[in-house]
Design a protein around this ligand. Sequence first.
Ligand code: AKG
Ligand code: FE2
Length: 367
Amino acid sequence: MAATTPPLRRSSATTTIPPPPRNITSVKKLAETPNLSSIPPNYAYYNNPTKTTASDSDDAIPTVDLSLLSSSNPDQKSKAVHNLGKSCQEWGFFMLVNHGIPERLMMDMIEVIKEFFNLGDEEKPEFEPEKVLEPIRYGTSFNAAKDEVLCWRDFLKVFVHPHFHSPHKPQSLRNLLEEYSERIRNVVRELVKGISEGLGLEECEMEKALELGSGLQVFVANLYPPCPNPEVALGLAPHSDHGLLTLVIQNEGGGLQIQHKGEWVNVNAPPNSILVNTGDHLEIFSNGKYKSVMHRAVVNNERSRISIVMANGPSPEAVVRPASKVVQAQGCTPAYAPMKYKEYLLSQQSNKLNGKSMLEQIKIQDL
Ligand SMILES: O=C(O)CCC(=O)C(=O)O
Ligand SMILES: [Fe+2]
């Protein structure tokens, strides 16, 4: 599926496009330029200011209560499994409550990431855009070497599983990150069991097929500084995530928008909840039953927003294909070609951020 709101420059193939500045290292620095009254043209994603607006959906965004998924009451548990499957199918997105992750830890994560972005550029890991699978990467936009329009966002990406990495500054980051990533993996394990059951599989079948014991977990911290033209810039362009389930917390309520029934919808998260979106590999594994959700981040001109993202995927070595039992139950054939997760990831991250373009490449048929 292509983005429904095409970006400014991709729409006119015949226009000569000036290349983006190659020396951009941080949008934070740019935003701190004294008297910055407008964005450089390379950040104008839309030419129509209404394109970044979204509605507050009439349908309520679903909530999933993790404690009910592990309930010892079989009735309660099966209702929770059903609710989880329905949320994945109808929205590809839900707000997770009663997840058991201490609020203190979530707040500490946000604080330590604030400190990270406040370090001088010389203290941060080197920004090397061509090495997209380096375990620790600090950068700006999505893939600044390829993006035609730059995103108003700086990021830190760290591979935290199956091998744990961490920047060595700020000092408290390593321990916090280790604890947070482990707790998130435990939450994801419970969600995956419920999703597996909801797909008509054994509770442990999905975990086994995708080799989640050595699943790839990528920590992404996003900084969206105040932007002088929030109506035409984007923090992150429309995209779906490559993995299975992405779990997001944030310091500011608004900013994330998801696509639902073809419309952009604002996500207004309840306090202490975790936002969960389904990724491309859940779409592949479920043979298109649970479509990965398109989402984007918008920016504002008043406050810096930080989001802390944990992307949880299959093992990098797993060759992922639609689950045969699901395909049989649908009475059709696989809709996606098998592919090693590592190769999918490399290809998606090496290109510009462009909707669900990577998934389209392995799609055999629309279901
Ligand atoms: O900042 C957000 O809310 C979304 C971030 C996101 O979509 C991503 O990092 O993939
Ligand atoms: Fe995302």
